[in-house]
Design a protein around this ligand. Structure first.
Ligand code: TYM
Length: 331
């Protein structure tokens, strides 16, 4: 039986947070034996907000090194940079002609980002989901492992696939999101009603995967909780504590109930210290590996070159099919 295809990506727009890790990358690793996995650095997407070129390049290598350090294996999965495969931009053009401005204007992420970057509301920011749809549809991906914030973009992707298939003939696989039960939406440490984001102005609001142990511990100690001093999972009334319990559970492998029992009658100080330590212990070996990998640019470039070759082969095949159905001359 043919294996199902999985596609996902992270933008090298900042250092990934533990939200990106538990919502996405951590889960990608587990799928590698079961599916044909394709994982990308979504560098084209980063241009929707202003980037400093040298920083973008450095962060792209850093993200690639983190992928590998977390356990993505270039022998098993295709790992590549989106900008290395021109078909992503080409398919975006075709899909753009089938997308309505109203559909894009109502996207939550577009509305949030427009509010944050009022001085730079560019066409790319609005068109972002169509590029994302192209990423996924080019490879015939059945599943897309993502955090909850990307669900709306997956819905547009499905709509576009169906629209194209209906207008021409069945071409694209209609993909499904895979959203983890736990950790689909890790919240900000400073405002637990907001999602944790790598681009938050307040560095205390997020834990980067490359933060130093002392910074991780300090940020957790400062995390906003409540005044009732009881470690209990209750998202409605105790969003801060519930977020920390979720993080603790994911990083230790304990259930939320086990964690609640562990901290019964104990203060928030002790609880926050334990959450910080659990995260430090998981990130330490990842960072050691990442540092070693970053010293070997030749190897990282080779991973990208191999990935480009494999991804482009698949992308070209799909785009040719699309161009043929549309009525472009085939040479
Ligand atoms: P990005 O770079 O914002 O985030 C990468 C992944 O991390 C997830 N995520 C979270 N999960 C849990 N809690 C959080 N606080 C949190 N913050 C982020 C995101 O849901 C995502 O899965 N547009 C995408 C990148 C992309 C993509 C794609 C993804 C480009 N093309 C095709 C899937 C398929 C993005 O900006 O993710």
């Amino acid at each position: 039986m043919e294996r199902k295809v999985m596609f996902s990506a992270v933008q090298p727009s900042g250092i990934p947070t533990i939200g990106n890790y538990v919502g996405a990358i951590k889960n990608w690793v587990q799928f590698q034996d079961e599916y044909d996995c394709i994982y990308s650095l979504a560098d084209l997407h980063t241009l929707t907000v202003k980037q400093v070129p040298a920083e973008l390049r450095a962060r792209s290598y850093e993200l690639l090194a983190l992928y590998l350090a977390c356990g993505l294996d270039p022998e098993k999965s295709i790992i590549f940079a989106q900008s290395h495969v021109p078909q992503h931009a080409e398919l975006t053009w075709v899909l753009n002609t089938m997308t309505y401005p109203g559909e894009l204007a109502r996207m939550t992420q577009f509305k949030d980002k427009s509010a944050h970057h009022a001085e730079n509301i560019n066409m790319g920011l609005m068109d972002y989901p169509v590029l994302m749809a192209s990423d996924i549809l080019l490879y015939g991906a059945h599943y897309v492992p993502i955090g909850a914030d990307q669900k709306q973009h997956l819905e547009i992707t499905r709509d576009l696939a169906i629209r194209f298939n209906n207008r021409y003939s069945p071409t694209f696989v209609v993909p499904e999101p895979l959203i983890p039960k736990m950790g689909a939406r890790v919240m900000s440490l400073q405002d637990p009603t907001k999602k944790m984001s790598k681009s938050d102005e307040n560095v205390n609001a997020f834990i980067s995967m490359t933060d130093k142990p002392e910074d991780i511990i300090r940020k957790f100690k400062r995390a906003v909780t409540d005044s009732d001093m009881c470690v209990k999972y209750d998202v409605e009334n105790k969003p801060g504590v519930s977020n920390l319990l979720t993080i603790y559970s994911i990083f230790t492998g304990k259930t939320v109930e086990e964690a609640e029992r562990e901290f019964e009658g104990k203060g928030y100080g002790e609880f926050k210290q334990a959450v910080g330590e659990a995260v430090v212990e998981v990130l330490r070996p990842i960072n050691e590996k990442k540092e070693a990998l970053l010293k070997d640019k030749a190897y990282l470039n080779k991973v990208l070159a191999d990935g480009k070759q494999k991804a482009e082969y698949l992308a070209r095949k799909m785009l040719n099919k699309v161009y043929k159905k549309i009525g472009f001359i085939q040479l």
